[in-house]
Structures are given as C-alpha cells and as structure tokens.
Design a protein around this ligand. Sequence first.
Ligand code: ADP
Length: 246
Amino acid sequence: MIDLNTVTYAYPSGDEVLSDISLVLPKGGLLGLAGANGSGKSTLLALMAGLFAPTRGSLEVAGRVSPGNEGSIRSVCRLVMQDADLQILGATVEEDLLLGRKRSGEVVEEARAMAERLNLLKYWDHPVQTLSWGTKRKLCLAAALLDKPRVLLLDEPFSGLDYPGMKEMRALIRDNRAAGLTQVVASHDLESLIDLVDGLAVLDNGVLALNGPAETVLDRVAEHGVRAPGSWTACRTVVPWDGEPA
Ligand code: ADP
C-alpha cells in the first residue's frame, strides 16, 4: 500500500532532511515511525500524505506515484498533524465534522456516531476554542476517519492525552487495524506504540537507521536517540522522612 523507493527530501530553504529512505508497508499494516525530535518523522509523513513530492527517489501510495500524483494521494490519505489548531476549520465540533460534506440526515448521523466513538458527542455544539488540546486532536482524527481514507497517518497521536485519552487512542488505532486500514503512527513514545505496531522504522537525522519487526529492532533504538520501553531509570534524590505528617 505504501512503497518508498530511495526517497530524499530537502526543504526549498535548506539542507537535505531525508536521505534515501526505502521501505514498504503492506495493505492493512501498521508501521510505527520513531526517532528523536528533528529526525524527519513529520516530513516523511507529509511526503506519504502527498503534501509535497520527494526531491529525489519516488513513493507510491495506494497505487499513486509521487512525484506527479500528489493530489491523487491526498484524496486517499489523511494526515492528522501534531498541531490540531492547523487542521480544525469549523467553529464548533458539529461544524468541523460536517464541513465540506453535503448535509443530510444520514451524514449528520454518521458524524454524530463518529463523535460518539471518540467520546466527543458531549462537546457537539461547543466552540472549538473551549476544547482541551487532547480533545482537539481527537476532533481532527474524527474528521479524518469520516473521510474514509485508505491510509491514515498519525503524527504524535499520544501527545497531550491523559491516561484515559491514551487508552482511547490506542483502542481506536487497534480498531482501525482490525478494520483493515493501513496506518503509520509517528511517535517518540515507544511505550505507547510498541505493542500496537507490526513493524518499527527508526529515523536518525534523516536516515532510516532501523526497520523491521519491533522485537528485532527494540534493543538498538537507544543508539538512535529513542528511549526503549521500560528503560527509564529514576534519578530522583530520596529525601529521608523523619517528620510527622502535616
Ligand atoms: P520530526 O518530526 O522527527 O521532529 P521534522 O520532519 O519536523 O522532524 O524535521 C526534520 C528536519 O527538517 C529538522 O531539521 C527541521 O528543522 C527541518 N524542517 C522541518 N520543517 C521545515 C520547513 N518547513 N522548512 C525548513 N526546514 C524544515
């Protein structure tokens, strides 16, 4: 479903930020994309979403090739970006979920069912400015899923979510997978990601440093600026307790 062939990208203003990335994700697969800040995850997702074309090399998404067919890639692919404010266009949850759709009883019902699924129905007529960061991100995801994409790309979907929100997001990604949706999830938080994905790709400074089944690459992620699950060592000072509780 996604096939990257020596994809290289330089922003018009600067240096190469992705170099010779080749990887394949079959239909219905779920790829985790990890890497330190600035390693190129968001840029790679943007290329897969058809927002711009590789400077060198090529990629194919659902049979559409870039460079050349970015518009067609955008019609089958949805990218949920890290910054929800860039993607929310409606003034209320209702307006945002119905934007660009021909309003009918059926369409409204579908949008309400999606809102229900993401625990957003209680905010249906709320102004979007009043929503929390995590809720705004869920709204973007709901809008993306309503478009019924063939490929869903999630950029740091767990950031800003509390524990229930995190569980909800993980369950949703699992449900999408069960429904056969092809997904790429970029996250620096392997703890939340690792048991969800089929494969893990690790970017290090624009280069694909590791790529394979999660269990085969996990013990090497730390070499590339990614914290392995469970590897956190507490470094707090223990203050001896010798007083009475206040
Ligand atoms: P990540 O998502 O892993 O944090 P990014 O893809 O955002 O990485 O960034 C990769 C590199 O590209 C960084 O060095 C970043 O500064 C640079 N970059 C990102 N966006 C732009 C842009 N619009 N113009 C120029 N350079 C950019």
